[in-house]
Design a binder for this molecule. Structure first.
Ligand SMILES: O=C(O)CCC(=O)C(=O)O
Ligand SMILES: [Fe+2]
Length: 370
């Protein structure tokens, strides 16, 4: 389809890295993403006013960018470096080693569940083009009572219901990652709590703690069994024309909040500003995570906060590694626009609501990034 090609070409033209701009170029200064310290929502002794301040920064960042840098998360830089380094070591093993944990279709005799495991370069497709990256996906282990046998019979799995396929080389990867995931779940919880405060949803009333009660804890309650995803991604340098595919094509994230850790490679992750034509780099800041909101937060807020389009074009030096953690709603959480946000946005809900699990299944069957 010609229009798809044009979209990519036009977007590429609109992208102007700040470091390439000739001196004295007229026009607006390219913005950079805000930096927000989340420590007041992790520290039980922090004051209400410290929390209010953080919350108002989050509100502004989510309205303007849908993206920001997160500091004060309490995870030491040495741990972050170790996470990137272990992913890099895995991607540098020979293909037969990586294929030992290959993702297979649900119900297949190889024991796949259609989601967990290693995908080779080009298996991921965005807007009809192959992405030039390889990845390992790890999900929350399935704990639903209705876990069933896949259509291949005993020993096969239904979609998403298989065991995680962890890299066995390097052998310490699994343990170190499990510990990191635990830390990130705490950060995700603090962040979605801050978002409830930022939306001014009000403190919880005693005894009223149902999943659908619209107070500042609503996101915390609906992520308390977060169906999280951890993705290890490896990007070789992109040398082909963009019409043949990007490192990771333009998309929004489909869930709640993404906590991204990446190696220091500059100019790779790009974020589309609200003018819908200017791309800015979200280059890593040492020790900080890059946060963006996903489609479920956009829906909960009825579009008051929009999930922002982003993409990866890695034409820099070296093999780039990134490790996004997707802190998602519970599989059975119903996600529908909050009354207060519907009122604030003109009174018309953008979606009738469905469960996160239904939304995720739809994404899985369309290869996620469409
Ligand atoms: O690698 C990155 O910097 C971002 C990857 C991404 O956007 C994603 O996996 O959803
Ligand atoms: Fe993304």
């Amino acid at each position: 389809m010609a229009s798809q090609t044009e979209t990519i070409m036009d977007a590429h033209k609109a992208y102007q890295p700040a470091y390439n701009a000739p001196p004295n170029t007229p026009g607006p200064q390219l913005a950079s993403l805000p930096i927000i310290d989340i420590s007041s929502f992790l520290d039980p002794n922090s004051t209400d006013s410290a929390r209010e301040q953080t919350a108002s920064l989050i509100d502004a960042a989510c309205k303007t960018y849908g993206f920001f840098y997160l500091t004060g998360h309490g995870i030491p830089s040495s741990k972050l470096d170790q996470i990137v380094s272990l992913a890099r070591q895995f991607f540098s093993t020979p293909l037969p080693v990586k294929n030992k944990i290959k993702r297979h279709d649900a119900g297949s005799l190889e024991g796949g569940d259609g989601a967990r495991g290693y995908q080779g370069i080009g298996e991921n497709v965005t807007q009809g083009r192959r992405d030039l990256h390889e990845a390992v996906d790890v999900y929350r282990e399935w704990d639903h009572a209705d876990k069933g046998v896949g259509e291949g019979g005993e020993g096969t799995y239904k979609t998403l219901q298989g065991p995680n396929l962890w890299p066995t080389e390097p052998k310490e990867l699994e343990g170190v990652y499990l510990e990191y995931i635990d830390r990130l779940k705490g950060v995700g919880k603090a962040l979605v709590h801050a978002m409830g405060v930022a939306l001014d949803l009000g403190a919880p009333a005693p005894g009223k703690d149902g999943r659908h009660v619209e107070d500042e804890d609503i996101f915390v309650r609906n992520t308390d069994q977060s169906f999280w995803v951890m993705r290890l991604i490896g990007y070789p340098k992109l040398e082909t024309p963009l019409t043949e595919g990007l490192s990771c094509g333009e998309h929004t994230d489909y869930g709640c909040v993404t906590l991204l850790l990446a190696d220091p490679t500059p100019g790779a992750l790009q974020v589309l500003l609200k003018d819908n034509k200017t791309w800015i780099n979200a280059d890593p800041i040492p020790g900080a995570l890059v946060v963006n909101i996903g489609d479920m937060i956009e829906r909960w807020t009825n579009g008051l906060w929009k999930s922002t389009r982003h993409r990866v074009i890695h034409r820099g030096e070296g093999y780039r590694v990134s490790v996004p953690f997707f802190y998602e709603p519970n599989f059975d959480a119903t996600v529908r626009p909050l009354d207060k946000c519907v009122k604030a946005t003109g009174g018309v809900p953008m979606h009738e609501g469905n469960t996160y699990g239904e939304h995720l299944m739809g994404k899985l069957f369309s290869n996620f990034y469409n």
